[in-house]
Design a protein. Structure first.
Ligand SMILES: C[S@@+](CC[C@H](N)C(=O)[O-])C[C@H]1O[C@@H](n2cnc3c(N)ncnc32)[C@H](O)[C@@H]1O
Length: 394
């Protein structure tokens, strides 16, 4: 029997949601997700935000964090932390075999940075017809054919095409998700994957597994209909990641990080690089992750109050937290607690009641304006009872 105070069940308006199994008093902690499955800290904040607990250096009176993992040379990759404990926790999280280190992780991120150095050099002007599609062109069949064509064209040599900062951050998010997928396959006994406990914080879960992430509703078609240019962008990111992995495979014989094989190569890197290459040989996994990005991820915000104007530092996929649907009169609130995200009851919740957060500013009194925001930014038409009530009484 599940330890959660709610069940995940189909909703009358499609997809699934969380329904209270018992009476939940106001203020009770309902769920604590200890960490996300995939994360990205915006590149411009990489030195200011701890990669483990997301602490923002400015809030501690510092310009940046000084504890770093990775070499100092240009294009070597790197990641910053607020403390040695956070650095150790990061290594533990990515270590395939305890004590072997995460040299392979540095190599992959270094390769990413080297691709950035090549970007924009010797670019031959090309016209991508996908850039000009309109909502009328977008059908499930068209999207399918476009992805198929992308996976059938092999990764060329070198990468010079420019990607926007947002695209690069999305590529880092997707890469992090794929890395977790292949780590999970390489070591299915990874101890932190399925942790579930009930303690003072209520029902607590770990990041979950790829299969859990894939259970979430995807909104590929809905999003591309609203923003047709995202199809070209997603295909570009897929091609970029294939290039990245191809470049790893050709460098493997000169690597010395991680544990050495008799040939002097890095075993964990080869294992991960080969698995990444295989996972990107079709578009399935990268596409599925992108299809669940918008609509399921949570922004990582600094801790400043709303009046002070808080800043978004990145975004993260907290799988278990993503089962909560939106309601314009929510009964749950969420708070970030370091790397974790916690959900609490905003009021008493009755058995059988759906448990929802708000994805937007629910104080907006105009239901049409709220619907517009949800359709434009979240790609769905709101079916909550407040909207239904307000819209039918107009
Ligand atoms: C974070 S997920 C919530 C879990 C999702 N229902 C599932 O089964 O995976 C967000 C998606 O749920 C659906 N959704 C959430 N709140 C909704 C609402 N108030 N009305 C209609 N659909 C909603 C939309 O499809 C949205 O893209």
């Amino acid at each position: 029997m599940s330890l959660a105070p709610y069940d995940i069940l189909p909703t009358p308006y499609g997809g699934r949601g969380a329904f209270a199994r018992r009476f939940i008093p106001k203020g009770s902690p309902v769920l604590l997700c200890s960490g996300p499955y995939a994360t990205v800290i915006f590149w411009k904040f990489r030195r200011e935000v701890c990669a483990t607990c997301f602490a923002y250096a400015f809030e501690s009176g510092k310009r940046k964090w000084s504890i770093k993992l990775g070499e100092n040379s240009r294009g070597a990759g790197g990641v910053w932390f607020c403390s040695e404990e956070c650095k150790d926790a990061f290594v533990q999280d990515y270590e395939l075999v305890a004590g072997q280190g995460i040299g392979w992780w540095g190599e992959i991120n270094g390769a990413f940075e080297r691709m950035l150095l090549q970007m924009g050099k010797d670019v031959k002007p090309t016209v991508d017809p996908l850039e000009d599609i309109t909502a009328a062109d977008v059908t499930a069949e068209f999207i399918e054919k476009t992805w198929l064509a992308a996976e059938q064209s092999p990764p060329g040599r070198g990468w010079t095409e420019e990607l926007s900062e947002y695209e690069l951050d999305t590529a880092r998010f997707v890469l992090d998700g794929l890395v977790h997928k292949v780590m999970e396959e390489a070591n299915p006994a990874f101890p932190s994957l399925d942790r579930v406990v009930v303690g003072a914080e209520g029902y607590c879960v770990s990041a979950g597994r790829w299969a859990d992430l894939m259970e979430l509703q995807d909104n590929e078609l809905a999003m591309i209909k609203v923003k047709p240019y995202t199809l070209a962008s997603r295909i570009r990111l897929y091609r970029f990641l294939r290039h990245l992995v191809a470049s790893l495979a050709t460098r493997k014989n000169v690597m010395r990080s991680g544990s050495a094989t008799p040939e002097g190569t890095s075993m964990p890197l080869i294992r991960i690089a080969d698995r990444l290459k295989s996972v990107l040989s079709t578009s399935l996994a990268a596409r599925a992750l992108m299809a669940r990005d918008h609509g399921n991820v949570f922004g990582i915000w600094d801790m400043a109050s709303e009046e002070e104007g808080s800043e978004m530092l990145g975004w993260a996929a907290y799988v278990s937290g993503s089962y909560f649907n939106h309601d314009c009169s929510p009964n749950l609130k969420k708070d970030r607690v370091g790397r974790a995200i916690q959900f609490r009851a905003l009021r008493d919740i009755l058995p059988g009641e759906e448990m929802c957060i708000s994805y937007i500013d629910e104080d907006c009194p105009d239901p049409k304006e709220r619907s517009r925001q949800l359709e434009q930014d979240w790609f769905f038409a709101c079916c909550c009872s407040k909207c239904k009530r307000q819209l039918t009484h107009e």
